[in-house]
Design a protein around this ligand. Structure first.
Ligand SMILES: [Zn+2]
Length: 454
């Protein structure tokens, strides 16, 4: 059955490529993925899935269901792009004219592979080769919008036995690296505007408040645990130097492997904001924007996926693609792995660490056992969130990696549908890891930040 399934997926290469390229071109940012989400929903509904759209108060989120009874296997599909990363599918830096956003995290491939895997599994259920239910979760705004957190909070994963996910990358490996928990917020300061030269004594600068806050937080870096990450951008710093700005806004992220530590450090950042407001005679309010958990890993499921990934194998390049890859690697300007490593599968890691990124899959991993992989959609060495990642994602290099992910997720699902004992073992491991931790979203009870990209 597995060999036949792999052949079928390969046979649909062009149609999946067409979908992925459309979404690469739409490049819609978080919570604005109207066309991308609609395209996936159309494909799923044409294949007999029942769609529930606009779940968890998010217009671009959906759940697509096919089949009935146990087990219930979920697959996550992302499709948001990143602002400021427009780039053509060529190996030199060149934004596409008139475009701002780009798929620098490869979520156009992410969503397409996951929808494809859902459809391939559906065919097997329809042919009575498998019994159970497959659910494809359309999960918007992964990049800073914490879309999945609201979906977890809404209980959408409560009846799911295992959730499968993947992420574009520059190697093929089963995810055995956790993620950093994070908390993000926009701090808004209000002061008094005045002529900056004629009557500065009458002004109270909201930008001064931000600078004071940033100064305090930057000093704080020496007094936080080593693995902490804090970063910010000033999203509004006033309009003209000759006007004392009466409004300014700074957007902060705090990350650490331990969610409790994130909370503690975030509270200290709020103290800095309050102190800055007091010292500059401005007022401050903040809005929590996002918050995600670390990622709970599952070795039982990881081993199942590893076996399948090894059967599928990695990505090989044509002569033209090797030329493209060489140019991409040269442009990176740092030491990179050999191009041939795209064809390899990394052995399963047993040691776990938190890596450098965060993901809202973390919150899903506290609701249900999850398993994921990276597939080599980018030339080896290419970092996420780079113009090089956007470029690779618009070529067959990206598509080939996407097909590796589609096949691996489908084969893994087949194992879960046919060997339900694995699910029991995975659930036991999940229960032990989670312990008595009571899940609580790090973004509290706020409504989805649908306008966070405005
Ligand atoms: Zn991503």
């Amino acid at each position: 059955m597995k060999l036949e399934v792999m052949r079928n997926i390969q046979g649909n290469y062009n149609s999946y490529k067409e979908t992925a390229l459309k979404i690469w071109d739409y490049a819609e940012v978080g919570y604005k993925e109207t066309k991308s989400s609609a395209l996936h929903q159309k494909a799923l509904s044409e294949n007999g899935f029942t769609i529930q759209a606009g779940v968890a108060d998010i217009p671009t989120a959906f759940v697509a269901v096919y089949g009935s009874g146990k087990p219930v296997i979920g697959i996550l599909a992302e499709y948001d792009a990143l602002p400021g990363l427009s780039q053509d599918a060529i190996p030199e830096k060149k934004p596409i004219a008139g475009k701002d956003a780009g798929h620098a995290c490869g979520h156009h491939l992410f969503g397409t592979a996951s929808v494809a895997a859902g459809i391939e599994i559906k065919k097997l259920i329809e042919q009575k080769k498998l019994t159970g239910t497959v659910k494809v979760f359309g999960t918007p705004a992964e990049e800073g919008g914490s879309g999945k957190v609201y979906m977890v909070r809404a209980g959408l994963f409560n009846d799911v036995d295992v959730v499968i996910h993947w992420h574009p990358g520059s190697e093929n490996k089963v995810t055995m690296t956790s993620a950093l928990a994070n908390s993000s917020a926009k701090f808004r300061f209000r002061g008094v505007s005045a002529h900056a030269s004629a009557s500065p004594e009458n002004g109270r600068s909201s930008l001064d408040a931000i600078e004071a806050m940033n100064y305090m937080v930057n000093m704080m870096r020496e007094h936080v645990p080593q693995q902490t990450r804090i970063h910010y951008v000033i999203t509004n710093g006033g309009r003209a130097p000759n006007v004392v700005p009466d409004f300014a806004e700074v957007y902060y992220y705090v990350r650490h492997p331990d969610k409790k530590m994130v909370k503690q450090i975030f509270d200290r950042v709020v103290k800095a904001a309050n102190g800055a407001a007091a010292g500059t005679e401005t007022t401050m309010e903040y809005e929590t924007i996002g918050g995600t958990h670390d990622l709970l890993l599952n070795k039982t499921l990881g081993q199942v996926m590893q076996k399948n990934l090894e059967q599928v194998g990695g990505v090989t390049y044509t002569a033209d693609e090797i030329e493209f890859a060489k140019k991409i690697q040269t442009s990176l300007g740092f030491a990179v792995p050999a191009i041939e490593t795209a064809a390899r599968v990394t052995p399963l890691k047993t040691q776990t660490d938190a890596g450098g990124g965060s993901t809202d899959v973390g919150d899903v991993s506290y609701a249900v056992p999850t398993v994921g992989l990276n597939a080599a959609t980018w030339v080896p060495g290419t970092p996420a969130h780079s113009w090089q990642a956007v470029a690779c994602g618009g070529t067959d290099i990206g598509m080939k990696g996407m097909i590796v992910a589609t096949k691996t997720m489908t084969l893994t699902a087949i194992d879960l549908f046919t060997e339900t004992k694995v699910i029991d073992t995975a659930k036991e491991e999940f229960r032990q890891l989670k312990g008595d931790y009571q899940y609580k979203a790090l973004l509290g009870d706020r409504k989805p930040a649908l306008n966070y990209r405005d």
